[in-house]
Design a protein. Structure first.
Length: 275
């Protein structure tokens, strides 16, 4: 029995590569998070794009709080252990009646991390259902890294439009259905994707990437991450400060530098150099 997950839940994650749902926020808290996000979007003139999609928890205090939420971290600790870094986070927002999709892929493809002790906590700010393009996963696919190709498809929400080169039997895929305030957990090698959102409301999910402190970056300049629980005995990552105010000028400057580093890692081997 873990801090948050049952023994059966932990066994399912190890067997299938994913687990859901885990309640993190109440309905009211989830609605408040959506309102905060959409207020920021109005202030910035539209949905978070470009560098704002990279580690927004370094720019907004309410997201810094969310990536450190004790319920969330208890569940992550049950899988990865007590010493945790938040390596990245980003919003995956599908506008109402939009063609945006996520191709079948594995997260680990271009991240350059040394080992698969990496987990994504996907927190729903809105319902995520079959009607609005929920995430789908292939159970058990986290045991093998498969080849990918870059498509840079304009409607693909992934950085390179990356897509696996093997066929996925859709009949084997499982639907991740979440209510606002719930999250799913999935392994860095889980094959997953999602379709478009033809519904009349947005589908908003916040993907938070956690790693154990023994993981290191192998594919670029020295990487950075936020220590969110436990201790870092390895020092593989530059430890990021927590923002004290939203859009603090010093944090904006730091975030710009970190975003450049992330782009070097994620876009290596292509002519693209920025988000």
């Amino acid at each position: 029995m873990g801090k948050r997950l049952s023994a059966a839940a932990i066994a399912q994650y190890e067997r299938d590569g994913y687990y859901f749902p885990v309640r993190v926020l109440s309905d009211d808290e989830a609605r408040h998070q959506r309102e905060r996000l959409e207020r920021v979007e109005r202030d910035l003139g539209g949905p978070l794009r470009g560098v704002y999609r990279v580690k927004p928890h370094l720019l907004f205090t309410w997201l810094a709080d969310l990536v450190r939420h004790p319920v969330l971290l208890d569940a992550v600790e049950d899988v990865l252990g007590p010493d945790l870094l938040c390596w990245n986070s980003s919003f995956f927002t599908k506008e109402a009646r939009s063609p945006g999709f996520v191709s079948w892929h594995q997260d680990a493809t271009y991240w350059g991390l040394s080992e698969p002790d990496v987990l994504t906590a996907w927190v729903a700010f809105t319902p995520s259902t079959a009607e609005n393009g929920n995430m789908r996963v292939v159970p058990g696919s986290h045991r093998t890294l498969v080849a990918h190709v870059d498509t840079f498809h304009p409607d693909n929400l992934l950085s390179r439009g990356q897509e696996i080169t093997v066929e996925v039997d859709e009949r084997e895929a499982a639907d991740i259905i979440l209510e606002p305030g719930e999250m799913s957990l999935h392994h860095v090698l889980m094959v997953h994707g999602s379709g478009a959102n033809p519904s009349d409301d947005r589908r908003i999910g916040y993907a938070i990437r956690y790693v154990t402190t023994r993981v290191r970056q192998t594919a670029g300049p020295r990487d950075s991450a936020s220590l969110v629980r436990g201790a870092d005995a390895y020092g593989h990552f530059e430890l990021e400060p927590r923002p004290e105010t939203d859009l603090d000028p010093a944090m904006l400057a730091l975030h710009a530098r970190i975003s450049d580093q992330q782009a070097q890692i994620l876009y290596r081997g292509t002519t693209r150099t920025s988000f």
